[in-house]
Design a protein around this ligand. Structure first.
Ligand code: MN
Length: 558
């Protein structure tokens, strides 16, 4: 059996470590790229995942769960690239408690060197043991121990998760946790996989483990909460107060079903209410630079195509908007009358003019750094060119414009099967107008070849969608359509987020549902770009499925 070191390696973070004891350190484990990516319609390509990972690292995330390497060659490649292209955060891959998964995961995280982590999981609850795994308790303990030992023989830093822990008999959970600690796990995760727990009960479960399990003080207890009852953040905080020292979370709370604990919420709840955590040494309770939360939130919204509700805590459009006169008056007299934290503390851009037509490349790069948006050097030239074009159309360029721009340029470059070359549309609006009166003419280019077609629709957006479908020879419908102004003013850029459903050539195959985004000062143009983005994403998705399964019948685009 491998001995466990007394101080888990994760605690050797340089910044501020002289004033903080490990007890006061809450490790932030981000799983936007693994659990978050499992949100329906949130799949990201390799370039996008690396972009998100860089941003997470800049935010100060301690551990980045980069993917599930055995799931597909793409997942493997993404984890491996992220392991190579980061330098500070630990890089973790997920594996089931089977040999093949663990070895594949070790290969993917290995380029991170001493920062590599394997995260092994196995279900422990009675219902999972009986119906999913068909295994007795003894067999579960044996599998968990063997898996951790195997992982430790490959990588030093091993985390073990008891899937569905919150519905597992506490005594059996203690037995499993004790076994994996003895086998060499340095982090044990106690997930509320189904978002079923209540804060008091969940905290009691953590305390139970701390009292009963031999060796528990030498490992980090982690929590991973889902939001099915809207309690993910509350449960995570209760667990921290009971002694958990790692929180698994995602940007914007994306994740399976109702999602995971939202990083921005749990981090700010700990920061604003430090008084709730007696014993905290200083303001740096987590290593997160909270002023970069808003930028990270915007990046993830844009890349996944999953927009936030306006009233989302911390990073929603209305999170700091004071509507009533009494509130506005109070805020003007003293912001603390109605604000428990400042917009600046979470990086909400001030609506000040930041850059204009005459700003240079260095000023742009500096602004991105300040905003916490990671732009690769290789992308900066194209972003700068797009910035100049935008500056010609729009006299004031705000932070929101810049964030939107970088996403547009980086994304537009990564998925570029079809490109919009020309768009003309016309529509007559108002009552008494006959239906189907809007028309659109579209020219698209792929591999240097241009194709043009036209269509009519109830409105210009429908006409554009139908014209593009004709050109690409696909059948797709708009499931959801959202338009938001990126900044203020009549010349603000409109950002269109579309959810598209494409049916396959073989109707017995499931439809592909993807998100698409477009940005323009003209909303029909933004809609066209969003629909084209969705078409291109569906094509990438299809290419992946064809490559991995050779399922020609699944063809979407002839
Ligand atoms: Mn999960």
């Amino acid at each position: 059996m491998t001995p466990v070191s007394t101080v888990p390696p994760q605690f050797s973070r340089e910044a501020g470590s002289s004033t903080r004891s490990p007890v006061d350190n809450i490790l932030i484990f981000d799983t936007t790229l693994r659990d978050g990516e499992q949100s329906p319609g949130a799949s990201m390509n390799l370039t996008e995942k690396v972009e998100v990972a860089r941003t997470l690292e800049g935010l100060g995330v301690d551990i980045i769960e980069a993917g599930f390497p055995i799931a597909s060659p793409d997942d493997f490649a993404a984890v491996q690239s992220i392991a190579r292209e980061t330098s500070r955060s630990r890089i973790c891959g997920l594996a089931r408690s089977v040999r093949g998964d663990i070895e594949r995961c070790a290969d993917a995280v290995r380029p991170a060197g001493a920062r590599a982590r394997i995260h092994v999981f196995l279900a422990t609850s009675a219902i999972h043991r009986q119906f999913k795994l068909n295994k007795a308790k003894e067999e579960i303990v044996r599998m968990a121990r063997t898996a951790v030992e195997h992982a430790r023989s490959l990588i030093d830093d091993v985390e073990f998760s008891c899937e569905d822990a919150s519905r597992t008999e506490p005594d059996f959970l203690s037995e499993v946790v004790e076994a994996v600690i003895a086998a060499g796990a340095s982090t044990v995760n106690i997930p509320d996989t189904l978002g079923y727990a209540y804060p008091e009960d969940y905290a009691a479960l953590i305390r139970h483990l701390k009292q009963r399990v031999r060796g528990i003080d030498q490992v980090v207890i982690s929590v991973h909460c889902h939001n099915d009852l809207g309690l993910a953040v509350a449960n995570s905080l209760a667990a921290i107060r009971a002694g958990a020292r790692q929180v698994e979370c995602t940007i914007n709370g994306i994740g399976e079903r109702a999602g995971n604990c939202a990083m921005e919420e749990v981090v700010m709840a700990m920061r604003v209410r430090r008084d709730q955590f007696p014993g905290a040494a200083g303001p740096l309770w987590t290593g997160i630079d909270s002023t970069k939360l808003f930028g990270a939130s915007r990046l993830v919204q844009s890349i996944t195509g999953l927009p936030l509700q306006r009233n989302k805590a911390i990073v929603g459009d209305n999170a700091f908007a004071h509507e009533s006169g009494i509130h506005q008056d109070g805020v003007i007299k003293n912001p603390e009358c109605y604000e428990i934290m400042t917009p600046a503390s979470v990086g909400v851009p001030a609506t000040n003019l930041v850059l204009g037509k005459h700003s240079g490349r260095a000023a742009l790069a500096k602004r991105f750094t300040d905003l916490g948006v990671a732009v690769a050097d290789t992308d900066l030239d194209r972003v700068f060119a797009a910035f100049k074009t935008l500056a010609d159309r729009k006299k004031e360029i705000y932070d929101g414009d810049l964030i939107a721009l970088v996403e547009e340029v980086v994304r537009g470059h990564t998925i570029s099967e079809w490109r919009l070359d020309h768009l003309h549309h016309s529509a007559t609006a108002g009552e008494g107008t006959s239906p189907k009166l809007a028309t659109a003419t579209v020219r698209l280019i792929r591999d240097g070849e241009a194709r043009t077609d036209a269509a009519t629709g109830d409105g210009p957006v429908e006409a554009v969608v139908l014209a593009m479908n004709r050109i690409c020879g696909i059948s797709g419908t708009v499931e959801d359509y959202r338009l938001r102004a990126v900044t203020k003013g009549g010349d603000a850029q409109g950002e269109v987020a579309i959810r598209a459903r494409f049916t396959r050539v073989d109707p017995s195959q499931p439809a592909i549902v993807v998100g698409g985004k477009g940005l323009s000062t003209d909303i029909v143009h933004a809609s066209a770009l969003a629909w084209l983005d969705a078409i291109n994403r569906a094509a990438v998705y299809q290419a992946r499925t064809l490559a991995s399964h050779q399922a020609q019948a699944a063809a979407l685009i002839p």
